[in-house]
Design a protein around this ligand. Structure first.
Ligand code: ATR
Length: 277
């Protein structure tokens, strides 16, 4: 059998780190595979997905803007992806395409790896209510923590997420000023907005005036590696984590879906930093 293929579909798709990451694992485990970057305009998505049913394709990753549109083009969408409302990984089992989402679990694993314990004492706050907040929020809500609140520029969107999170843990939607005032109550605060993501101008999505030193502050952004908000958290003596470990873990979990085992993640972050610079 010839080389097996994998890839990522998106539009536009100039700077994906996924090929670097997966190729490093193929080399490490001596797998004769190829991971490709496929720029797929929305009007060609259907035809492209059809090609992925052929046996040479083991599966593929899905990124913006196809994470929702892909639902109707594949055969099965698992519970995780259903809950998040987005697919980021597809597995080809003999022509049958199954979609899942590894973002939420990738986030949880990156947090545990950084030394944060998800106990029933933890109160967490998510800033943002878009796709990233959904993925991270629902995984966190199901992780056994005490409560998970949401705040967002558009508060109605935080309310909608909080309503879903309530199925799994205590949850409220807060205005930005309520969240800022109550920040001392949280052990974990996550920026899941796109504020600070290159190439857009950076500002602080939520003031950290009342944050307690030692609070775990996570920014899901990895470009730049340190946003203004994360710098601010650092200066308040919080523990900080950027979005790169989550990217690595969501990729490692996709690899596990395709090959059955979790690949080694140590060292991959360093490799990706070189590509970001
Ligand atoms: P993603 O998939 O990265 O989560 P998204 O679904 O477009 O992207 O969500 C972007 C998030 O960042 C939203 O929470 C958005 O707030 P709104 O719901 O009010 O739009 C937030 N966001 C984007 N730009 C922002 C800004 N300049 N200030 C505050 N929040 C912002």
């Amino acid at each position: 059998m010839g080389q097996s293929r994998l890839g990522v579909i998106g539009y536009p798709i100039k700077h994906s780190l996924s090929p670097v990451m997966h190729t490093s694992w193929f080399n490490k485990y001596k797998l004769d595979n190829r991971y490709e970057m496929l720029e797929v305009p929305p009007d060609t998505l259907k035809a492209t997905v059809k090609k992925f049913r052929s046996p040479e394709w083991l599966g593929f990753n899905v990124t913006v803007p196809h994470k929702v549109a892909i639902f109707s083009l594949i055969d099965e969408v698992d519970e995780k992806a259903q809950l998040i409302g987005a697919v980021n990984t597809v597995i080809n089992h003999g022509g049958k395409l199954t979609g899942t989402n590894t973002d939420g679990e990738g986030f949880i694993q990156s947090l545990l790896h950084a030394g944060f314990s998800l106990t029933d004492k933890v109160q967490a706050l998510i800033i943002g209510a878009g796709g990233a907040a959904r993925a991270v929020g629902f995984a966190l809500a199901k992780s056994g923590i005490k409560r998970l609140d949401f705040t967002n520029r558009t508060q109605e969107k935080a309310e909608a997420l909080s309503e879903v999170a309530k199925e799994f843990t205590a949850s409220s939607a807060l205005s930005l000023s309520q969240a800022e005032e109550g920040l001392a109550d949280y052990q974990l605060v996550i920026n899941a907005t796109s504020v600070g993501m290159e190439p857009f101008p950076d500002h602080i999505p939520l003031s950290l005036r009342h944050v307690m030193p030692g609070t775990f502050c996570v920014d899901l952004i990895y470009k730049p590696l340190q946003t203004l908000w994360l710098k601010e958290a650092d200066s308040k003596r919080c523990q900080t984590l950027n979005g790169l470990p989550m990217l690595v873990y969501q990729g490692a979990l996709a690899f596990k879906h395709w090959f059955g085992n979790m690949p080694e993640v140590d060292g991959v972050e360093t490799l990706l930093v070189e590509y970001l610079n």
